[in-house]
Design a protein around this ligand. Structure first.
Ligand code: NDP
Ligand SMILES: O=CC(=O)O
Length: 342
């Protein structure tokens, strides 16, 4: 509990910290704005208690690590147990199932690969729901579709516990740096209760209302990102084909109105055909698949996303599922090659 109180002090201080001493002004503004919008007054909310973390992949491990470094009392679980070791070295505790983590913690976070694993870990045999009870909270930060999130919410709330969906925008590095953007929806009092924890892991947070809205926002953001990456890949390949230096294209783009950190970060390695994994390609394709279903549910056509999805599927079939999603450029290269052979 002492550790939790320490965390509260840190979180409140983070929300109020003058820009010159810490957060850039724009981050401070978004933090305070998000807090004000939810009626918290921008001063941070005290978190009291212990924290569980399920799923220690590319994102979950640094998020849990930041909570531990901030002084939280954290208990972890991961399907592949060895991934818990670095967190245990930092001071985390371990429980052998999601149910036991949820039983021993006040609030449990889950960062799983996809809808199937998120549902399994929350609702399956030995899942978190088995350890939940009134007064406890479950926060799912995985990227899933609204239907899965609602199913998990029903299961969790049937135990008397509270549920918040809170998918994140931002990749491996923002997760390491505590600069994620949380897109939350569901139980508002749980949102306020865990706000200090979100502020340790992220730079801003949005509360979007009913369960499903956070998932929908995340899918819309990621469908734009997935299409942007395909368009960028096409540009890199075309520039090379017409005799330009693709590195110069990256620099030109970085100085204009379509500049995006993603292009500057990934462009140089894409030119070298290197794709160190920050956001696995198979997760980007999953998000496009889920975004297409979301669009279909409201009869909206998203043809650019549909075309991009086909390229990610091709990239998966080329064995690139675990590479960074920027490896989608390899699917385009394969297309060019096969059209040249015809
Ligand atoms: N990487 C990124 O840049 C971002 C990812 N996301 C989203 O966050 C989520 C996690 O992504 P990320 O950390 O990159 O993915 P990883 O593939 O690195 O990690 C996936 C996690 O899910 C676990 N898992 C998978 N299947 C099961 C299962 N059937 N039962 C139990 N656990 C399972 C894995 O366990 P094990 O270790 O045993 O395989 C691992 O802990 C995804 O929904 C992704 O779309 C959101 C924003 C950014
Ligand atoms: O979901 C991926 C991200 O970078 O955000």
């Amino acid at each position: 509990m002492a550790a939790a109180a320490f965390l509260c002090a840190r979180a409140a201080a983070a929300a109020l910290r003058p820009p010159s001493r810490g957060l850039p002004r724009r981050l401070l503004a978004s933090r305070v704005a998000a807090a004000s919008a939810s009626g918290e007054g921008g001063g941070g909310v005290e978190f009291q208690g212990t924290v569980g973390f399920l799923g220690l992949g590319i994102m979950g491990a640094p998020m849990a690590s930041n909570l531990i470094k901030a002084g939280c009392d954290v208990t972890v679980w991961n399907r592949t147990k060895s991934k818990c070791d670095p967190l245990l070295s930092l001071g985390a505790k371990y429980e052998p199932s999601p149910a036991q983590v949820a039983l021993s913690c006040d609030v449990t976070f889950a960062m799983l690969a996809d809808p199937e694993s998120a549902a399994e870990v929350a609702c399956g045999a030995g899942g978190a729901a088995e350890g939940l009870a009134p007064g406890k909270g479950y926060v799912d930060v995985s990227t899933v579709d609204g239907a899965t999130s609602k199913l998990i919410a029903e299961h969790i709330t049937s135990t008397g516990a509270s549920f918040l969906e809170a998918p994140v925008s931002g990749s491996k590095k923002p997760a390491e740096d505590g600069l994620l953007i949380f897109l939350t929806a569901g139980d508002e009092s749980l949102y306020k209760r865990v706000a200090p924890l979100l502020d340790v892991m992220g730079k801003s947070r949005f509360y979007l209302g009913d369960v499903g809205n956070g998932a929908a926002m995340k899918l819309v953001v990621n469908m734009v990102m997935g299409s942007m990456m395909v368009s960028f890949s096409e540009g890199l390949l075309l520039s090379e084909k017409v005799g330009l230096d693709p590195n110069t294209l990256v620099e030109v783009i970085s100085q204009g109105a379509i500049s995006a950190p993603m292009f500057s970060l990934k462009g140089p390695s894409m030119v070298k055909a290197a794709y160190p994994t920050a956001f696995p390609l198979q997760h980007q394709q999953k998000d496009l698949r889920l975004a297409l279903a979301l669009a279909e549910s409201v009869s909206q056509s998203i043809p650019t996303v549909a075309a991009a999805n086909e390229l990610y599927k091709t990239a998966k079939s080329l064995g690139l599922a675990d590479h960074d999603f920027s490896a989608v450029i390899e699917a385009l290269k394969a297309k060019v090659q096969s059209s040249q052979q015809q």
